[in-house]
Ligand binder design. Structure first.
Ligand SMILES: Cc1cc2nc3c(=O)[nH]c(=O)nc-3n(C[C@H](O)[C@H](O)[C@H](O)COP(=O)(O)OP(=O)(O)OC[C@H]3O[C@@H](n4cnc5c(N)ncnc54)[C@H](O)[C@@H]3O)c2cc1C
Length: 301
C-alpha cells in the first residue's frame, strides 16, 4: 500500500484502522508477523465502501474471525485484514425457528444466544473458538455434524456481485470448505434451528464441551486440527503411528494429547510450525502412503 492509499483508508474509518498490526493477537496460535493494516468494520455500509475501495485499488485483503484456523507467516501480511464488529457481530431471532447471526459474532456468543432462546441444533459447535463467518467458511464441524447442514441463507459481499444473499441450497459445502468466489466476505448467516427447552440446549452444550476438553490440548495456543482427516480414517491416528507425538521444533510441538494438534509452547514462530507440518506430512506419507491435506489456512510471506 502506498501512502495515498493509507490516507484514503484512514478517511474511510479513522477510528477503525490500525497499521502495522501484529497478527499474534489476532490468531489463536499467537504467532505471525504484522498485517500492513487491520480494519474493524462495524456495519454493512462501511464494509461495502471498504471492500469496493480495496478491490478498485487492487489491495489484497483477508477476512478474519478469531484466527482460530489461521497461521500467519513470520514476515506478515500484505494489505488489509478485515474484522467484523458492532452490528456485524449481532444475533437475532428470526421467523420459523431461525437465528440470524452476524458473521463477526463468536461461536461462544451464538451458543449462548441459542441457549437463552431455547433453540437447538448447533450445540456440536461448542468449544470451537471461532466466529460465525469462520465456521461457515470452514464448514466447521464436530461429532459427525457440520455447520453447512444448518444454513438457511447467508449474506456475502463478492468481488463480482457486491452484497448478495445466497440460499443454503445454492451453497456448495464440503469437508471444511465452502466454495465461494475468491475475495468473498461473509456478512451474516441464517441458521435453521429446532425449538427445545433452554435446559436441554444447555445440557447438550455442556456434554459436547466436556468431550472436547477431554480430547483437545486446550492449555496451549493452537489452531485446532492441522490436517484434514483422509477418507475413512483420522489424521491424528496416522500421525500417532509415526511416533511423532511430543516432537518439537523451536517453540512448536506436536501435542502429546492429540497428535493432529501442533501447539505453541510459548515462543513458537510460524516457521517452526510449518517445519513440523512438513515432517508430519513426509513421515505419514512414508509410513502409510497417505498424503495428508492441510486444514489450517496459511497466509502471508
Ligand atoms: C482449540 C481449537 C479447537 C478447534 N476445534 C475445531 C473443531 O472441532 N471443528 C472444526 O471444524 N474446527 C475446529 N477448530 C478450528 C477453527 O476454530 C474453526 O475452523 C473456526 O470455524 C474458524 O473460525 P475463525 O472465525 O477463527 O476463522 P479464521 O481462523 O479467522 O479464518 C479461517 C478461514 O475463514 C476465512 N474467514 C473467516 N471469517 C470470514 C468471513 N466473515 N468471510 C469470509 N471468510 C472468512 C478466513 O479468511 C480463513 O480463510 C478448532 C480450533 C482450535 C484453536
Amino acid at each position: 500500500m502506498n501512502n495515498k492509499q493509507k490516507e484514503e483508508l484512514i478517511k474511510l474509518g479513522p477510528d477503525r484502522i490500525l497499521f502495522n498490526c501484529s497478527m499474534k493477537k489476532h490468531t489463536t496460535f499467537h504467532v505471525g508477523g504484522p498485517a500492513e493494516a487491520v480494519y474493524a468494520a462495524h456495519n454493512l455500509d462501511e464494509l461495502r465502501r471498504l471492500t469496493a475501495y480495496l478491490i478498485k485499488e487492487g489491495i489484497p485483503y483477508l477476512a478474519a474471525g478469531r484466527g482460530s484456523n489461521l497461521l500467519v507467516r513470520d514476515g506478515g501480511l500484505e494489505g488489509v485484514v478485515i474484522l467484523l464488529r458492532g452490528e456485524l457481530a449481532d444475533f437475532r431471532k428470526g421467523n420459523n425457528q431461525t437465528i440470524a447471526a452476524g458473521a463477526g459474532g463468536t461461536i461462544a456468543g451464538l451458543l449462548d444466544f441459542c441457549r437463552k432462546s431455547g433453540l437447538g441444533g448447533l450445540e456440536f459447535l461448542a468449544g470451537i473458538p471461532g466466529t460465525v463467518g469462520g465456521a461457515v467458511m470452514m464448514n466447521a464441524g464436530a461429532f459427525g455434524k457440520e455447520t453447512g447442514s444448518r444454513i438457511r441463507k447467508i449474506g456475502v459481499i463478492t468481488p463480482r456481485d457486491g452484497f448478495i444473499t445466497k440460499a443454503g441450497s445454492e451453497l456448495v459445502f464440503s469437508y471444511r470448505k465452502l466454495k465461494l468466489e475468491n475475495g468473498s466476505v461473509i456478512i451474516n448467516a441464517c441458521f435453521n434451528m429446532e425449538q427445545e427447552s433452554k435446559d436441554f440446549v444447555a445440557e447438550r452444550i455442556k456434554k459436547y464441551l466436556k468431550k472436547k476438553k477431554k480430547s483437545q490440548p486446550l492449555e496451549y495456543p493452537s489452531a485446532g486440527s492441522v490436517f484434514m482427516n483422509p477418507p475413512n480414517d483420522y489424521a491424528g491416528r496416522l500421525i500417532e503411528k509415526t511416533g511423532l507425538k511430543g516432537k518439537r521444533i523451536g517453540g512448536a510441538m506436536i501435542s502429546n494429547k492429540h497428535a493432529n494438534f501442533i501447539v505453541n509452547t510459548g515462543s513458537a514462530r510460524a516457521e517452526d510450525i510449518i517445519a513440523l507440518m512438513r515432517i508430519v506430512r513426509d513421515s505419514v506419507k512414508k509410513e502409510t502412503g497417505i498424503d495428508l491435506q492441510t486444514e489450517i489456512q496459511i497466509a502471508g510471506f
